[in-house]
Design a protein around this ligand. Structure first.
Ligand code: COA
Ligand code: MG
Length: 283
């Protein structure tokens, strides 16, 4: 999921060509106060005509306690987007206020929220936020803000945030929403970027938020499905399907396989089909 500053028209153009699953048009942290209104107008104009193809488009608005939050929400309410990303969210009540502002702009009740997990209080309250009846589709880690709020020095974010990242994946899974890992700001260290992607994948994150086109290929590789994983999944599915009906456990290539592994293999194949479909409109 690639962030693009709403004020940067060149980057917005470029994002429409990149092999990403989602483009997050940002009106918040990457836009300077003096450019907030122009960025919003530009995002509105872009969404009237741009071609994002298979890419989901999400707009990150400013928080409700800023001078722009309410009118950002009213402005994006009628745009053709997949979700609105709410920053610095700390309570169910704030999310209700966001819903109110969307309503004022004429949004449908079911326009989903993506929510940033980036303040200690917001993370402690994730459970009650997700228990609200608001349509929430994803938790997005705001690792830069979170590290700042927690007092973690720059460069040590992954180590300092480990248990918090794991906690947020747990909450996402408990409520059946997607979990998206935070950004890496160091653009000069591709190895460090790849190991951060791998760490997120191992924790169970569904994908990663990105800030630069150079990060896209690695993220797609790590969060996608490898040919070995596909081959293994096909073996498991074949073995399970051809086994006698009362089979509860079997061995495939020296590995114990139960119904849950069969289900995991089916998911791997379904994910692979979905990723395949997503490339089609660029051909
Ligand atoms: N999305 C799409 N295209 C992007 C991009 C992005 N996030 N970041 C850079 N590009 C494009 C540039 O426009 C440039 O295109 P061009 O070759 O056609 O001119 C190309 O990629 C190379 O960019 P580069 O010169 O390496 O980067 P930069 O110095 O212009 O910008 C950043 C670096 C970090 C300022 C920029 O990548 C950026 O704004 N990223 C997103 C920041 C953001 O949204 N933050 C909020 C969430 S944390
Ligand atoms: Mg932020």
């Amino acid at each position: 999921m690639l962030y693009v500053p709403g004020s940067n028209s060149r980057a917005i153009d470029k994002a429409q060509e990149l092999p990403v699953d989602a483009v997050i048009l940002d009106l918040e942290d990457s836009v300077a106060p003096d450019h907030k209104l122009a960025a919003r107008t530009q995002v509105e104009a872009v969404l009237e005509s741009a071609e994002f193809g298979h890419r989901e488009v999400v707009v990150r608005v400013n928080a409700m306690d800023t001078p722009w939050g309410k009118s950002d929400l009213a402005a994006v309410a009628s745009l053709p987007i997949s979700a609105v990303l709410i920053p610095k969210l700390e309570s169910e009540r704030q999310l209700e206020a966001c819903r109110g502002a969307l309503h004022m702009g004429g949004a449908k009740d079911n326009l989903p929220f993506w929510i940033m997990a980036e303040t200690p209080r917001g993370i402690l309250n994730l459970r009650t936020i997700l228990e609200s009846d608001q349509p929430i589709a994803a938790i997005v880690m705001g690792t830069a803000d979170l590290a700042k709020n927690m007092g973690i020095p720059r460069g040590s974010e992954r180590a300092g945030l480990r248990s918090t990242l794991e906690h947020c994946v747990l909450v996402a899974r408990a409520f059946g929403v997607s979990a998206l890992d935070g950004v890496e700001t160091d653009l000069n260290d591709p190895e460090r970027f790849e190991s951060a992607c791998l760490e997120g994948k191992q924790m169970g994150f569904d994908g990663k938020t990105l800030i630069h086109p150079n990060q896209v290929a690695t993220a797609n590789k790590v969060f996608g499905v490898t040919t070995e994983q596909i081959a293994q999944a096909i073996k498991i599915v074949e073995a399970w399907k051809t086994a006698p009906e009362d089979t509860g456990v079997m061995v495939v290539d020296g590995d114990m396989v139960e119904a849950l592994h069969y289900e995991q293999a089916l998911k791997t194949l379904a994910d692979n089909r979905e990723i395949g479909k997503r490339g089609k409109d660029d051909e």
